[in-house]
Design a protein around this ligand. Structure first.
Ligand code: ATP
Ligand code: MG
Length: 197
């Protein structure tokens, strides 16, 4: 391959990309889904939130599953910001013994979330592990999509979870699937502070 061919190809590529950039003129909040079985969904969501706060924007977090241990991100954001952070999954259990209690917890989490989706002072809302409540049919997805439609135009919402309902995938602006191509856990490495939580 000659240098000339390469630069011609690059110029052609640049003009395609420039045309796309010229067409993307809208400025508004977006709905981002981070799904899949690989590691990196929640950490991407909190990284984006940090990026947004760095630009002086406002944010809030709702975590739908309560971890056993305080996460590093919760500690960090509590120490360095004053953003609202709700850990809502107290009722959830992995091996559900009490479905009614889980549904009540899901409804409680949704009440908090619904208010944040109406709050035009919140620029970025992270709904961590929200997909879990759809997977177990603790809440229908339609009212959630309706609330997303009605949210303030500038508000960005990031939802994480392994499996997302199709309707939510169709509605979202940006969907990234994190693939599991290997995990230290399968090499016998335990969940470590600062890496897993
Ligand atoms: P992270 O919070 O590190 O970005 P995640 O949000 O993508 O991970 P979850 O599905 O929420 O992952 O899983 C929660 C926990 O399980 C995290 O501690 C994560 O590191 C770990 N984990 C994620 N993917 C895997 C995997 N494929 N095998 C084992 N553990 C995993
Ligand atoms: Mg996660």
């Amino acid at each position: 391959m000659t240098t000339k061919t390469h630069s011609q190809r690059m110029a052609a590529k640049k003009s395609v990309i420039d045309a796309r950039i010229a067409k993307a003129t809208e400025e508004r909040g977006v709905v981002i889904l981070l799904r899949g079985n690989g590691k990196g969904k929640s950490s991407s969501a909190f990284g984006t939130l940090m990026r947004s706060l760095g630009h002086g924007k406002t944010g809030a977090v709702v975590q739908f599953v309560k971890g056993r241990i305080a996460t590093g991100e919760h500690k960090f954001f509590q120490a360095h910001t004053t953003i609202p952070w709700h850990v809502m999954g107290q009722g959830f259990t992995w091996e559900t013994q009490d479905k009614e209690r889980d549904i009540a917890a899901a409804n409680q989490a949704w009440e908090v979330t619904r208010k944040l989706l109406q709050d035009n002072t919140i620029d970025m809302l992270v709904l961590d592990e929200m997909a879990y409540i759809f997977k177990y049919n603790y809440l229908p997805v339609e009212p959630v999509i309706e609330a997303l439609r009605q949210r303030p135009a500038k508000q960005t919402v990031i939802i994480t979870g392994r499996v997302m309902p199709d309707a939510l995938v169709d509605y979202a602006d940006t969907v990234s699937t994190v693939k599991d191509d290997g995990h230290a856990f399968r090499r016998g490495v335990k969940a470590q502070a600062g890496i897993e939580y």
